[in-house]
Design a protein around this ligand. Structure first.
Ligand code: SF4
Ligand code: SF4
Ligand code: F3S
Length: 268
């Protein structure tokens, strides 16, 4: 497709680990190459763009001017904000992450928070949150679509983007502004070990006979019953596997404040 036909995308990195970008790069349908050559024009993405330094900042500035009101904004990472915003200071101009994100939000056609960091604050917002990191939705008045997960699967990131490209509208959302098509069901609802749960067959301790036999991981901390996401159906890495298949319970990574709230082991 011609560049003019492709949707301009600006991807900003705030306080984060780049796991969400890594997930994006594993897109299978379409592949990341096809996504970039046929559907979007990736104007700015610090991990994979060729430009560096002043040139990179100039590219970002130019893209936001040229596609004012038309570009899609995706933000990865929590945002140290208010009087602590200087904890994230980026680039030669010494702008804070909060300033960059607010500027980019102002002229974006649609805004997506990719990952639990930008959706809800994430790991750096966990207690005691020394940098005062917060969700993207707390630093802009515009609507933010949250695509949480630590990281979210490539299919949830790309699916959300393609929905906007194909329909030109925002998807139906749940109470946390997550797209319902991806976050409408609990992990527990479609888990391959659900039969074990219903039969009362539980792993009591990692490495025991139950673990070897694929029993339910609830007693060793699985948070699947409290977590809304589609991992059990979509999986990760092009459908290769997902946490429970790999033998570890869900830790609720697509729920707000999961670092602080999901640490408790419940008894069934
Ligand atoms: Fe990394 Fe998780 Fe934050 Fe994504 S949501 S940037 S994977 S810590
Ligand atoms: Fe539910 Fe977790 Fe057990 Fe799967 S492993 S059935 S999600 S409690
Ligand atoms: Fe996260 Fe649980 Fe899926 S930990 S990756 S929501 S299985």
């Amino acid at each position: 497709a011609e560049i003019a036909d492709r949707l301009p995308l600006v991807w900003l990195h705030m306080a984060e680990c780049t796991g969400c970008s890594e997930s994006l790069l594993r897109s299978a349908t379409p592949s990341i190459d096809s996504l970039i050559f046929d559907y979007i024009s990736l104007e700015y993405h610090e991990t994979i763009m060729a430009a560096a330094g002043w040139q990179a900042e100039q590219n970002l500035h130019n893209a936001m001017q040229k596609y004012k009101g038309r570009y899609i904004l995706m933000v990865e990472g929590g945002i140290p904000h208010a009087e602590s915003d200087y904890f994230l200071t980026i680039g030669a101009h010494g702008k804070t992450g909060q300033e960059s994100a607010q500027e980019a939000c102002a002229d974006a056609a649609a805004i997506f928070a990719i990952g639990s960091c930008s959706s809800f604050g994430g790991v750096q917002a966990a207690y005691p949150n020394p940098t005062n990191a917060t969700a993207l939705s707390n630093i802009t008045n515009k609507t933010v679509i949250n695509v949480p997960g630590c990281p979210p699967s490539e299919s949830n990131i790309v699916g959300t983007l393609l929905h906007f490209i194909l329909y030109g509208t925002l998807p139906a959302l749940d109470v946390y502004n997550r797209p319902k098509w991806a976050y409408g069901l609990r992990i527990h609802d479609a888990c391959e070990r659900r039969g074990r749960f219903d039969a009362g067959e539980f792993v009591e301790q990692f490495g025991d006979e139950g673990a070897k036999n694929g029993y339910c991981l609830y007693k060793v901390g699985c948070k699947g019953p409290y977590t809304f996401n589609n991992c059990s159906k979509q999986k990760f890495n092009q459908g290769t596997s997902w946490p429970v298949q790999a033998g570890h319970g869900c830790m609720g990574c697509s729920e707000p404040d999961f670092w602080d709230k999901m640490g408790i082991v419940h008894e069934p």
